[in-house]
Design a protein around this ligand. Structure first.
Ligand SMILES: NC(=O)c1ccc[n+]([C@@H]2O[C@H](COP(=O)([O-])OP(=O)(O)OC[C@H]3O[C@@H](n4cnc5c(N)ncnc54)[C@H](O)[C@@H]3O)[C@@H](O)[C@H]2O)c1
Length: 424
């Protein structure tokens, strides 16, 4: 007999599973004996560490880690041995990791310029690939990655984690159902008050064999064009992906302005950018990212003829109605916490009228759950062929306007984006 406590837990697990797992996955879960997916990870600095902390051991066992920088490699090995596999092994050269026949999938969290070569090597070695966003630093590079995945018959997923965030999935449904009417304008921003420059550790390590002339370039790769597309790649692509997804449209032109306003310290990328994307059928999306004022921090705001949805910091959603009802409606602050999604969904029509508050209380949401859920999704795609949360074509269609925005920022000219540049 189950105790009351066990029943409560079982019911809660079921509601969560219904809310978050596609039906086939829920039925097959833990019945196949094929879990977890055996994985390796390449590039374990800030984000690689986040992925390792959030990868669910029930779905994924990380048995191999690779980083060129010894302290990061050693730290990652310790995490892998403690969290996933006491026999995990560390490598400095990704090609050695890829020789491992027992590794089915790799996670890539190296700097942007390495996403394409690492992913293609891994796909050619027969591994499934999850690579961090942005997908690659060239349009042709994105195409090569998609083609490599197709010819290898392996899955390629890109780490735009908002796709896996229940809050965004719910907001997507609301917008598609017309709750905020027709959307002609989206605005988003990512504002911070810091230089983005990291301290460079004192070390004898020479990264030049790996393409970084010194530790400054390895640590601060985001500030140099060889490795990075600056603020728009690192921050802007998160929002651009959501706008493409929610609207089902792709930008046809872009205009960017900005520059190095405050931190003229040898960096090659802007510290302030203002980018306007023109989508077809009357939709303009504006994005700004500045580094001298953190007011409002970061959010996406969808402005429709019937209302406005604001998604802030990957953890809160608000819905405002047009037409005199001034009060904000808190859509669901706990969608990423323990509250079942279904409760909030039932009252969505009343929410839309701006008269009902649901999901109240303090936000227990954790933006980190998005990472966990995207990796769960990656594993389900590998095991069951479940929907890929962000496949190569979707991610490439984020990179195309990001790269064209870079051209506009460089030239000061508006840049058209021909339809045939996209993967359609
Ligand atoms: N999805 C998100 O929210 C999110 C957040 C932060 C970063 N990112 C992405 O993650 C990636 C990494 O960013 P980060 O902040 O972790 O950078 P980082 O500099 O902290 O870490 C990069 C790591 O890669 C290693 N590395 C570099 N070249 C390598 C190579 N050839 N082989 C193996 N290891 C190599 C470095 O030594 C370092 O440990 C970037 O693409 C970034 O855009 C995504």
């Amino acid at each position: 007999m189950l105790s009351d406590e066990q029943k409560k837990l079982g019911r809660r697990n079921f509601i969560k599973a219904v809310a978050t797992v596609p039906p086939t996955g829920a039925l097959l879960w833990k019945t196949s004996g094929m879990w977890p997916v055996r994985a390796g990870i390449i590039g374990i600095g800030g984000q690689g560490g986040v992925l390792m902390e959030n990868a669910p051991p029930s779905h994924m066992r990380i048995s191999a880690v690779c980083d060129i920088f010894p302290p990061n490699r050693e730290k990652a090995l310790k995490t892998a041995q403690e969290r996933f596999d006491p026999n995990a092994v560390a490598y400095s050269d990704h090609r050695e990791l890829l020789k491992r026949g027992d590794i089915e999938a790799v996670l890539i969290a190296a700097p942007l310029w390495m996403h394409e070569p690492l992913a293609i090597d891994a796909l050619n070695a027969g591994k499934h690939v999850f690579t961090e966003k942005a997908m690659a630093n060239s349009i042709d590079g994105c195409r090569r990655m998609i083609e490599a995945a197709r010819s290898a018959g392996r899955h390629l997923q890109v780490g735009h984690q908002r796709n896996a965030n229940p809050l965004y999935q719910e907001a997507y449904q609301l917008i598609r159902e017309g709750v905020i009417g027709d959307v002609y304008h989206v605005r988003s921003l990512w504002h911070r008050n810091k230089s983005w420059r990291r301290a460079v550790p004192e070390t004898d390590f020479d990264p030049s064999p790996w393409g970084y002339p010194d530790m400054e370039h390895l640590r601060n790769w985001r500030l140099y064009r060889k490795y990075s597309y600056g603020l728009n790649a690192e921050l802007g692509t998160h929002h651009l992906q959501v706008v493409n997804w929610f609207t089902g449209k792709l930008p046809k032109a872009v205009y960017g302005s900005g520059g190095i306003y405050a931190y003229d310290d040898g960096r090659e990328v802007e510290d302030h950018i203002y980018v306007t994307y023109e989508y077809p059928e009357g939709l303009t999306y504006t994005f700004s990212s500045i580094q001298t004022n953190a007011f409002d921090h970061f959010y996406e705001q969808f402005m429709g003829t019937e209302g406005t949805i604001i998604l802030t910091r990957e953890r809160e959603a608000m819905l405002f109605s047009e037409g005199g009802q001034a009060a904000a409606t808190e859509l669901k602050t706990q969608a990423m916490g323990d509250a079942p999604l279904l409760e909030a969904s039932e009252s969505r029509v009343r929410d839309a009228a701006g008269s009902q508050v649901t999901g109240g209380g303090k936000s227990a949401a954790s933006a980190l759950r998005g990472y966990s859920k995207e990796l769960e999704g990656f594993c389900r795609t590998i095991r069951y062929g479940s929907e890929n949360l962000c496949d190569g074509p979707a991610a490439m269609n984020v990179c195309v306007p990001m790269i064209k925005a870079g051209e506009s920022l460089d030239t000061g000219q508006k840049v058209d984006i021909p339809r045939n540049l996209y993967w359609t």
